[in-house]
Design a protein around this ligand. Structure first.
Ligand code: NAD
Ligand code: ZN
Length: 237
């Protein structure tokens, strides 16, 4: 279904990083690293219990130093090389594994663990130095605020680049969705948009996701095992 000159958009979720050792959110027990999402990933949680939320994200940020890309991230970087400007990767993941695999044309719609943001002055900074990865708060280098927040899109917050993502999906000829359960709005709306605007929709996921009926083609299994072969086929077609 993929031919040179076609526009390709890809959406990834936590499942693509599972084989790298980063736990997904919903797969088994509905908990993300022993926490309910509403206890750690909402502005309400940050306001009510900032220390707990901060420690949770500091642990996620430190974990980045221990994990490696897997063949699924590599395969998408190769697919991008093949399609160049006709390729857009949209990820719900807040890890940095797509970037480390060599992906360049990507949007992290739910933010980035590597960065922190000031709620007073809006300053965003890369913050992966050892002293910035401890359980103590990190102060803003641009104003007097002593407590930066994770540069993460929490529930009830507007995703980054939402309209760019929707436009890319609206315009694509082929939409490929990897490793997402289809529970999180508005990311889960991209598949129906693609389908209704005439894109050919391909899914790769360990379990059938919530919106599996929107796919023309669904490959069930691990992304790290399936994607390299699929990408090879797509690049040869
Ligand atoms: P999710 O946890 O809700 O769903 C993950 C999906 O991946 C499941 O359907 C599961 O069957 C599938 N999966 C598990 N292992 C897989 C594998 N090896 N290959 C292919 N599929 C596999 O994830 P989501 O839909 O991305 O939503 C979770 C939310 O939490 C997102 O908003 C995301 O920002 C955040 N989150 C991010 C990370 C990360 O950055 N790595 C990790 C956990 C949660
Ligand atoms: Zn500031």
């Amino acid at each position: 279904m993929l031919k040179k000159g076609m526009k390709v958009a890809v959406l990834t979720g936590a499942g693509i990083s599972a084989e790298s050792g980063i736990r997904t959110f919903r797969a088994e027990d509905g908990l993300w690293e022993e926490h309910r999402l509403e206890d750690v990933a909402t502005p309400q949680a940050w306001n009510a219990n900032p220390e707990m939320v901060w420690r949770f994200y500091q642990a996620r940020r430190r974990q980045l130093l221990e994990v490696e890309v897997n063949p699924a991230h590599d395969a998408l970087a190769e697919l991008e090389e093949g399609f160049g400007e006709d390729f857009t990767l949209i990820t719900q993941n807040v890890d940095d594994l797509h970037e480390r695999a060599g992906s360049k044309r990507f949007i992290q719609m739910h933010g980035e663990l590597r960065k922190l943001r000031c709620e007073e002055c809006g300053h965003v900074c890369e913050a992966m130095e050892p002293e910035q990865l401890k359980d103590d708060y990190v102060p803003c280098s641009n104003c007097s605020n002593q407590r930066l927040r994770p540069h993460i899109v929490w529930f009830d917050e507007e995703p980054f680049g939402r309209w760019t993502c929707e436009a890319a999906v609206h315009d694509c000829d082929v939409f490929i969705v990897v490793g997402t359960s289809g529970h999180v709005y508005p990311a889960n709306n991209l598949l129906p948009i693609a389908r209704h605007t005439g894109s050919y929709c391909i899914g790769v996921n360990l379990d059938p996701p919530l919106n599996v009926d929107f796919f023309h083609e669904f490959h069930q299994g691990k992304a790290g095992e399936l994607l390299p072969g699929l990408v090879k086929e797509w690049l040869e077609s």
